[in-house]
Design a protein around this ligand. Structure first.
Ligand code: DOR
Length: 439
């Protein structure tokens, strides 16, 4: 007799819109078809999830996977291996590759490279530029597009729209929510003298709170002018959080695990240039303000901003060292450790990594454990303690700023549309990644 389900997860504690409770989950054709008590023997495959928590698949809405053109740092396959080893089921990837993702052709090329080669599902941001502004309405809506991303301050690569008239033209064209790296390029240029050669702790002196606030204020002003929705990436300052709390009509807010976890000056003393990131990790006043905004709901999503660079690139003396650190694989364990330490609830974590991206970006079929949705699950053991190690990191970069960090809470399984792609540290092939769909 044919099985009723392709897969049943039994006995796990499910965290979803309904709260936290023990339910079995039945999956057929890659979708959730039943939640409740499901008898034994009805499934082709059964996963015993007793003692484990089943979360909606974690969506990391900011990663840099470097393909095409920068594959010595990462590629779509290695980056997605890191994602699923860390419990992440879907990523939104950034356009600062070589060539830049700024056209229908470069987007289609990424989608083709990624399909069934990436281990998780994916969407790709398209860089907004002065040159492609007239194409934005079309670029936002292409298959596999996560929408438009704009760098207002320069970081890795040369995607940059620093001036208000150009930003104005881009924002006027938007219909989907678009994502912004908000640091004021003019202020960054004027303050380059603040960088002390050989001293990465001068990075956050150079790229200061005012540079971030200026850009965020300019951005939200334009969003308000046109009634557009903007997603302000990796917010790193107390001042921006205070401002954004008053502008939630237009602006959604992302924070990163590293801005919540690392703190200056300690991180620069311990990690040197390996803590160098844009926008920078700052002092405890800012970290505490980010936690407060996470607690009071101003923060909408968590993104890792996984930005791998090789050791050789990180080992150049500051300021020639590259900005960025790996993060997609450590997002879940680092944040579950914060859950265990009582800094956020498990439900808030799910709100930030599943419901949040679904809500902001109008994702179809993802972000919830509900009948009819994709069978994407992040299965975690909240009690398991592990020490994060460079050797565990799948990224081509081969390092993590959390090397040697003991955490409690660990991803045990990653299930993508009913496929068990990772279980207890073992990867299952072939890769099943497909483009996420949006309304
Ligand atoms: O530190 C960073 N590195 N910040 C960014 O915004 C870009 C990223 C990268 O691509 O390396």
């Amino acid at each position: 007799m044919a099985s009723t389900y392709d897969l049943v997860l039994t006995g796990g504690t499910v965290v979803n819109h309904d709260g936290v409770g023990q339910h079995d989950i039945g999956v057929r054709g890659g979708r959730i078809v039943a939640i409740g008590a499901i008898g034994a023997g009805q499934a082709a495959e059964t996963i015993d999830a007793k003692g484990l928590h089943i979360l909606p698949g974690v969506i990391d809405s900011q990663v840099h996977f470097r393909e095409p053109g920068l594959e010595h740092k990462e590629d779509l396959e290695s980056g997605s291996r890191g994602a699923v080893m860390g419990g992440v089921t879907c990523v939104f990837e950034m356009p600062n590759t070589k060539p830049l993702t700024t056209s229908a052709e470069t987007l289609a090329d990424k989608v083709e490279r990624a399909t069934h080669r990436m281990f998780c599902d994916f969407a790709f941001y398209v860089g907004g530029t002065r040159e492609n502004v007239d194409d934005i309405p079309q670029l936002e809506r292409l298959p596999g597009s996560a929408g438009i991303k704009v760098f207002m301050g320069s970081s890795t690569g040369n995607l940059l729209v620093e001036d208000d008239p150009s930003l104005d033209r881009i924002i006027a064209k938007l219909s989907r929510r678009a994502a912004f790296h908000a640091e004021d390029e003019m202020r960054l240029n004027a303050r380059k003298g603040e960088r002390i050669p050989g001293d990465p702790s001068s990075h956050y002196v150079w790229r200061d709170e005012e540079a971030a606030l200026l850009a965020t204020t300019r951005l939200v002003g334009l969003a308000e002018k046109y009634g557009r929705r903007v997603h302000v990436l990796h917010i790193s300052t107390a001042a921006e959080m205070a401002f954004l709390a008053d502008h939630k009509d237009w602006a959604s807010v992302e924070v990163t695990p590293h801005h919540l976890t690392l703190v200056a000056p300690d991180c620069y003393e311990r990690l040197g240039t390996y803590a160098q990131m844009n926008p920078p990790v700052r002092d405890a006043r800012h970290r505490d303000a980010i936690w407060a905004a996470l607690a009071n709901g101003v923060v909408d999503v968590l993104g890792s901003d996984h930005a791998p660079h090789t050791r050789e690139e990180k080992d150049h003396p500051y300021p020639d060292s590259h900005s960025g650190m790996t993060g997609v694989q450590t997002l879940v364990p680092i944040m579950l450790d914060h859950v265990n330490a009582g800094r956020l609830s498990l439900q808030r974590f799910v709100d930030l990594t599943s419901h949040g991206p679904q809500r902001l970006f109008n994702m179809r079929g993802k972000g919830r454990i509900a009948v009819g949705y994709d069978a994407d699950f992040t299965v975690v053991d909240l009690k398991r303690s592990e020490t994060i190690d460079n050797a565990w990191i799948e990224s081509r970069a081969g390092w993590t700023p959390y090397h040697g960090t003991r955490v409690t809470g660990w991803p045990i399984g990653t299930i993508v549309r009913g496929h068990r792609v990772m279980w207890d540290g073992e990867l299952t092939r072939p890769a099943v990644g497909e483009a996420a769909r949006f309304l």
